[in-house]
Design a protein around this ligand. Structure first.
Ligand code: ADP
Ligand code: TZD
Ligand code: MG
Length: 576
């Protein structure tokens, strides 16, 4: 159905008309798009207004990068492409980081950007916000399309949707030049030109021989391990995955955003014995996880001396052998692959050797016991563990809440300390370790799920998207932001010995981030001890009021680059 149409005015030629604006909106609605994340301006201001009038939820941000991160994570959460809408050139470029991030992380997203006049752009005659956006977007996303004629809007959007969600999901760019929006066409022909995408992400069934090969390798293992990645979380095959892991009896290790797919407290969870299982395992089955830097490329010290065989379940055949040899590649969608594995295991699948599972459990229990007293310390100013001990309980008591997390120490320590209980509840910096996803992800999580959100943010990390607390207040979202304020990046103690400028990694000492949200009518709290933090977070999570808590962390508590300091290049000269 067209949401609006007008009659042409020429006498004798009366016909129902539609235009580019309405066709874009009708095409989005036809394909079930109910939310757009945007920043308005020429040429898409009216598109946003009209989309809102047509019943689409249009969330306006203060910066396109944050709208883009919101759209990207909406894609992860819903398995439908998240839509970000931007103005030309600078707005487009601001959104592009998020589009590249979506592609890198395998999140389906469509960046729709208005653009300037082709004729002027291509002759480089200096149009308003001139830029050849399509060419710039292309290398940074999975696919990029431009629509020049109103009658192609339907097919253009259909291509964008299919490209974003089929196979390995990713970011897609859709270029809509300003002129397109005002193009007029016959309304009926316009309606006929729209395409409802049928089965946009078709099941990809694995070959039975590949299933058998994978099970043969798994069965041969003396010390098997399953690694669950965020592709497994994305797949929304939660029951199948749990069924397979439990039937196999194999210890599992969740990657950051796969935490909660099975609860971190599950008897088979090896999260707290990570280094042991990576080193000592002999067969490793990857499900929706890549052997990239986050898994030390499948080699080196992290993986130890024991020879390994890898089984990899992934939708992208080219992922196989990307870093090391994959003994048993299993290509297909995770739901179909895991269901096929479970079926082929039959009723008498042998449990893995008890000495292995027992040793993993013992190591895990030992590490958990070692950590426990640190989490209960009541120091003021707080250290990371004291503050995180409190937040861990907040999530335990509210397993449905969504946790957003970024920073260095704030990220690495929170990931380890805070147990997750349900799938897709932990959202973080992803494959790039990018700072700035915080407020965009928090907003999208609240909008897409309706659940309360707890955003645990390093003070540096928060700064990248901090202005969006106005957006959180404007839409009155149930978001509680806790800023781990240690006066800087990694630590707040660096000193510049060479002059009077502050050191490169430190911020204003004793800053009060809580005051920022008060400017927009939200609740600000300064918390100097775990007890104060606990009270403030519980109140925020119970009330659902937009809240920002400035959690005062000992500036000396953190370490350089959190857990990945080893990735810093070292100058030989510095050491002289
Ligand atoms: P992590 O960072 O958690 O280790 P990655 O982002 O590295 O996870 O890996 C996710 C993998 O999951 C990608 O290789 C991607 O191709 C794959 N993937 C995403 N969705 C699916 C799906 N539905 N079925 C199978 N594989 C998928
Ligand atoms: N810019 C972007 C977009 N992403 C990045 N990852 C960085 C810069 C570099 N960076 C990190 O990798 S972590 C970090 C930066 C700037 C901030 C760490 O400080 P924090 O956390 O206050 O957020 P802690 O708790 O002080 O370690
Ligand atoms: Mg900090």
């Amino acid at each position: 159905m067209l949401n609006s149409a007008t009659k042409s005015e020429a006498p004798g030629t009366e016909q129902e008309l539609t235009d580019g604006f309405h066709l874009v909106i009708d095409a989005l609605k036809l394909n079930g798009v109910d939310t757009i994340y945007n920043v308005p301006g020429i040429p898409i201001t009216d598109l946003g207004r009209m989309a809102q009038a047509a019943g689409i939820r249009v969330i306006s941000f203060r910066h396109e990068q944050n709208a883009g991160y919101a759209a990207a994570i909406a894609g992860f959460l819903t398995k439908k492409p998240g839509i970000c809408l931007t103005v030309s050139a600078p707005g487009f470029l601001n959104g592009l980081t998020a589009l590249a991030h979506a592609t890198t992380n395998c999140y389906p997203m469509i960046l729709i950007s208005g653009s300037s006049e082709r004729e002027i752009v291509d002759l480089q005659q200096g149009d308003y916000e001139e830029m050849d956006q399509l060419a710039i977007a292309k290398p940074l996303c999975k696919a990029a399309y431009r629509v020049l004629h109103a009658q192609d809007i339907g097919i253009g959007l259909a291509r964008a949707i299919r490209a974003a969600v089929s196979g390995r999901p990713g970011g897609v760019y859709l270029d809509l030049p300003a002129k397109l929006f005002a193009q007029v066409m016959n309304a009926e022909a316009g309606a006929r030109s729209l395409v409802k995408v049928i089965d946009p992400a078709p099941a990809q069934i694995p070959a039975p021989s590949a299933v058998k090969r994978a099970l043969d390798v798994l069965k041969s293992a003396k010390r098997p391990l399953i690694i669950l990645g965020k592709g497994a979380a994305y797949a929304q095959a939660d029951d199948e995955i749990r069924g397979f892991v439990e039937k196999s009896g194999v210890p599992f290790l969740p990657m950051s955003m796969a935490k909660g797919l099975l609860p971190d407290t599950h008897p088979q969870c090896a999260g707290a014995a990570r280094s042991t299982v990576l080193k000592e395992s002999d067969v490793v089955m990857l499900i929706g996880a890549r052997l990239n830097w986050l898994l030390s490329h499948g080699k080196g010290k992290t993986w130890g001396e024991a020879p390994k065989q890898f089984i990899q379940v992934d939708i992208d055949p080219r992922e196989m052998d990307s870093n090391v040899e994959i003994a048993a590649p299993l290509v297909g969608d995770i739901g179909s692959c895991v269901a096929a594995l479970t079926a082929a295991m039959g009723d008498n699948w042998p449990a893995p050797p008890a000495d292995w599972t027992g040793a993993v459990r013992a190591k895990r229990d030992e590490n958990v016991a070692k950590m426990a007293p640190k989490l209960m310390n009541n120091k003021s100013p707080m250290d990371y563990h004291g503050a995180l001990g409190v937040l861990r309980t907040v999530i335990k008591e509210r397993p449905d809440a969504i946790l957003v997390n970024e920073g260095a120490n704030t990220l690495d320590l929170a990931r380890g300390v805070i147990d997750m209980y349900k799938p897709r509840k932990r959202l973080d910096v992803g494959t790039w370790g990018v700072m700035g996803i915080g407020m965009g992800q928090a907003i999208a999580a609240a909008i897409e799920t309706g659940k309360p959100v707890l955003a645990i943010e390093g003070d540096s990390a928060f700064g990248f998207s901090g202005m969006e607390i106005e957006t959180i207040c404007r839409y009155n979202l149930p978001v509680c932001v806790v800023v781990f304020n240690n006066d800087g990046i990694y630590r707040g103690t660096d000193v510049n010995a060479a002059g009077t400028d502050p050191a490169t990694t430190v911020f204003v000492k004793g800053a009060r981030y809580d005051k920022m949200i008060e400017a927009f009518g939200g609740v600000g709290v300064n918390a100097t001890s775990p007890d104060e933090l606990k009270r403030a977070v519980n109140e925020a999570m119970n009330s659902g009021k937009p809240t920002l808590i400035n959690a005062v962390i000992d500036p000396a508590a953190g370490s350089e680059s959190g857990r990945i300091g080893n990735l810093n290049p070292q100058s030989v000269l510095k050491k002289k």
